[in-house]
Write a protein that binds this ligand. Structure first.
Ligand code: FAD
Ligand code: NA
Length: 387
């Protein structure tokens, strides 16, 4: 028999927030399992000995939120740096600021347009495609939104690489709008609060579950019936919070939900700073990766602890996920949405199981969103289960 009042499957942010809330508001004990060999889910990071960089193992993670409750909550467990995210992109041998703003536009057209002039130019360029009432593919949609020159330079091939599909074959629906800023603001996020955990993501998340009523077992698969925390042994006997893939929980009986994944290629340079910025996008088709991440540059406040002669860069390649790959971004076609609706009904009928997080609810969540969702799920679903 399991010696905990609740079992949480998945030590990602949803599982950790839930565990934290349970021990804060009740006297129950919680056991967390994860198939991986570390806590933190996709927000996990580790320190690289050679360079001193904090590597975000599952891709660049930037914390940002406009939710006061979430910001106060996360600050209980970590200090946050004053990092502000900015991204640049390489196109045709030149580096431009993103998101597309007046700086990008003026550099691209070798001009000195005022905001009004730039607005008129783009309206005019998009206007040539205004007659396309229902764009049939991404190319038509992109040109209709921002005109051909900017679409071709900054959106077309980047999106094509993200989806590993020629944009003339991509559905128009992937891009509903293409925000262009008619000023020089290139701050990436518009949120009220932004920053990175001062002692790293993993330390932040360790602090969240620093309670003697929370225990963790790593390297354990919920679906492996040869271990004590398996689906067969737990479901129906103890409350379970499940944050793994919802289709997998039901053995893919109704079909598979589709995801995109990313692969990383690590490159090391004998330089202090390779890009001068943490994220460099590559807008063109001739570079096979979408972007490159130079982790040292997320933490300029750690320069003293970093190696001035070495840096590490991860090149990011995007593709469709197969079973066994890390599922990262839900593809969310109409067929996926219908399928998820069916799984959701079955999930609701599972005795004493709460499905949560991005995998358990087939949703893309940023960290602040998953934290908010977990705080709400605790009140609405978990607390009633424990009474
Ligand atoms: P996860 O972190 O995926 O946790 C689920 C856990 O369940 C995993 O640890 C998994 O190993 C475990 N699990 C699954 N199946 C089993 C099983 N059978 N048995 C045991 N354990 C199991 N958010 C931001 O706010 N800013 C960003 O910049 C940002 N960048 C991102 C970049 C990428 C490439 C990705 C993929 C995500 C990014 N996010 C970002 C989103 C962020 O990662 C998520 O919001 C957050 O990690 C979700 O937490 P979770 O608990 O729902 O899921
Ligand atoms: Na992630």
């Amino acid at each position: 028999p399991v010696e905990a009042d609740v079992v949480i499957v998945g030590a990602g942010l949803f599982g950790l927030v839930t565990a934290q809330q349970i021990t804060e508001h009740t006297d129950k004990t919680v056991h967390i399992i994860d198939i991986r060999d570390h806590i933190g889910g996709n927000a996990y990071s580790y320190f690289d000995k050679e360079t001193g960089a904090e590597i975000h193992k599952y891709g660049a993670h930037l914390f940002h939120t406009s939710n006061d409750r979430v910001w106060e909550y996360v600050n209980r467990f970590s200090k946050f740096t004053n990092y502000v995210h900015r991204v640049y992109t390489t196109h045709d041998g030149e580096v431009f600021p993103l998101p597309v703003n007046l700086g990008t536009i003026n550099q691209f057209f070798h001009a000195a347009y005022t905001p009004e002039e730039a607005k008129r130019l783009i309206e005019q360029q998009a206007g040539e495609f205004a007659h396309i009432e229902e764009p049939q593919n991404l190319d038509e949609q992109g040109k209709k939104l921002i005109g051909e020159p900017l679409y071709n330079a900054f959106i077309r091939n980047y999106t094509g690489k993200q989806w590993q599909t020629d944009p003339s074959d991509l559905p128009a629906s992937i891009i509903r709008r293409l925000p262009v800023r008619f000023n020089y603001d290139n701050r990436y996020f518009k949120d009220t609060y932004e920053g990175l955990p001062a002692d790293g993501y993993t330390r932040w998340m360790e602090n969240m579950i620093d309670s003697d009523r929370i225990t963790v077992t790593l390297g354990v698969d919920f679906f492996d019936e040869n271990q004590p925390y398996s689906k067969g042994k737990l479901v129906g006997t103890v409350p379970v919070i499940y944050t793994g893939p919802v289709d997998k929980y039901f053995n893919y009986e109704l079909g598979e939900l589709k995801w995109r994944t990313v692969d990383f290629k690590e490159v090391r340079y004998d330089e202090e700073d390779h890009f001068g910025v943490p994220v460099m996008n590559y807008a063109d088709a001739d570079v096979p990766y979408t972007r490159a991440i130079e982790f040292k540059n997320f933490n300029p406040e750690r320069r003293e602890q970093q190696n001035p002669r070495k840096t590490v860069v991860w090149e990011e390649y995007s593709r469709f996920a197969e079973r066994g790959d890390e599922p990262y971004y839900p593809i969310n076609t109409d067929a996926d949405k219908e399928l998820y609706a069916q799984y959701k009904e079955r999930a609701a009928a599972e005795p004493q199981v709460v499905f949560g997080g991005r995998l358990g609810t087939y949703a893309y969540y940023d960290m602040h969103q998953v934290i908010n969702t977990a705080l709400i799920a605790y009140e609405k679903q978990v607390k009633p289960l424990l009474q």
